[in-house]
Unconditional design. Structure first.
Length: 453
């Protein structure tokens, strides 16, 4: 099939379940979609059915998503074959395909079939690499250069996300320039370079999206700028060309936290046919793959309640975004996202906080939390209250809501019985009794044992 990337094509299915020998061609039909139950729909390859044919293009991600759903349906795809045929001359293309299939043992036909065939192995599910980052391979001095520490990231709950290859939320960083220090907000992420070393990627906050400049070779039209500023998503795929690499089709969105423009390869996004218990119609599925916003009703949440939402591929989230209510402007969604991200973390020093505990901390209450884990893996207890200005938890050795009998200024620390333990294990501090300690102190210890020296 001689074509260029702009040509539309259809998929012709060869069903070999009833063939009697290798030389016989299977039944040929054109793919027309997937029904509400996830079953493949096909139609006869005649011009009269042209409107029913499901059309593909090399520039979009529709083929990848179609193949993912196709392979879920067929447990034994070896009895089937899929071939690309140009959409503007389907009848002639199918006749040529049948001729090639009937002589598939010949070298010339074998080569032609390989060129137009869709290899199933390219779309079989790959085992996801869910391995967290090995902390021993991280140069923590990179954080020092930004005025940060590992402990601060851990206490705020951002480190856990970063160790799973995700971006942090906005964090205030300090950038030294000559004799001056500039403070700004940025999202951070660990990334590997070309040599496999783990580095720190900094995504600084921008005043506004830079839409007036070319982005990876693409110049945004006035309509595209308006769409991005209105919704945060471009609403379609475009071709972008990164420096020193081949062009590719991409979804484009704006990071609502930083105003950075984000591109996501369309062929790396898996859009399922069924979402939250609702099977998408062919029209809904096609529009979603194209990047458009699609209203879906009657979805089922984990709680069992049904809900409606607008779905759209979001490049920053690397997948499908659920938009509730009317389509909000980018500014409204930025404010909503910031509100959701402020407050108590879900996990604090290894302790999973309940919704009630997080609500209490967010409301300004002080909690006495038990069985948190320090840097050396030892449990400790502490009073905890949220610092609203810095949006981070503070640890106290006593309840900061009560006046101290001594009248001394409140000290940020852990609970009294764990003060020495955390000072030694987390911060490397020592006194006369602990200066030669070789093993971490246990819960509540103030003096090392003979075995720990």
């Amino acid at each position: 099939m001689e074509s260029n990337s702009n040509d539309n094509y259809v998929l012709v299915l060869e069903d070999r379940t009833e063939v009697k020998n290798e030389k016989e061609a299977g039944k040929l039909s054109v793919v027309s979609g997937i029904d509400d139950k996830g079953n493949l729909k096909t139609t006869e390859a005649i011009a009269a059915n042209q409107a029913a044919f499901l059309k593909f293009n090399n520039k979009d991600g529709l083929l990848k998503n179609f193949m993912t759903n196709f392979l879920k349906q067929f447990n034994n795809p070896t009895h089937f074959g899929l071939y690309k045929v140009l959409a503007d001359n389907v009848e002639q293309g199918v006749d040529n395909l049948r001729t090639m299939l009937q002589s598939r043992e010949k070298a010339e036909s074998k080569q032609q079939l390989a060129e137009i065939g869709v290899p199933f192995e390219d779309y079989l599910p790959q085992q996801k690499n869910a391995t967290a980052i090995d902390e021993s391979k991280i140069d923590w001095k990179q954080l020092d250069n930004l005025g940060l520490t590992r402990e601060r990231l851990e206490q705020s709950g951002e480190l856990e996300k970063m160790l799973s290859w995700q971006k942090s939320n906005l964090i205030t960083i300090a950038i030294p320039i000559d004799d001056t220090t500039i403070y700004t907000d940025a999202r951070l992420a660990f990334r590997t370079d070309s040599e496999g070393n783990i580095g720190l990627a900094v995504h600084p906050l921008r005043k506004e999206p830079q839409l007036d400049f070319p982005y990876m070779g693409h110049k945004f039209s006035p309509e595209e700028k308006e769409q991005l500023l209105a919704t945060g998503n471009l609403g379609k795929t475009i071709e972008v060309t990164p420096k020193n690499t081949e062009p590719f089709s991409a979804y484009v969105s704006i990071d609502p936290q930083t105003n950075e423009i984000i591109a996501l390869r369309a062929d790396r996004v898996n859009i399922p046919k069924e979402i939250k218990g609702v099977t998408l119609s062919d029209a809904q599925y096609k529009e979603l793959v194209e990047g458009k916003a699609v209203k879906v009703e009657g979805m089922t949440a984990k709680s069992g309640k049904t809900f409606d939402a607008t779905l759209q591929v979001n490049a920053e989230r690397k997948g499908i975004e659920f938009i509730f209510g009317d389509n909000k402007s980018l500014q409204e969604r930025q404010q909503q996202r910031q509100t959701q991200q402020q407050g108590a973390p879900r996990k604090l020093c290894g302790l999973e906080l309940s919704d009630k505990q997080r609500e209490a901390l967010d409301s300004g209450r002080t909690l006495y939390l038990k069985n948190m884990v320090d840097k050396q893996g030892q449990p400790f207890n502490a009073y905890v209250r949220m610092d609203k200005e810095q949006n981070r938890p503070r640890f106290y050795k006593w309840n900061p809501d009560k006046k101290q009998e001594s009248g001394k200024e409140k000290v940020v620390a852990v609970a009294e019985e764990h003060k020495t333990q955390v000072a030694v294990n987390n911060h490397g501090k020592t006194n006369e009794a602990t200066k030669n300690v070789k093993e971490p102190l246990k819960t509540g210890q103030t003096q090392p044992t003979a075995e720990q020296k």
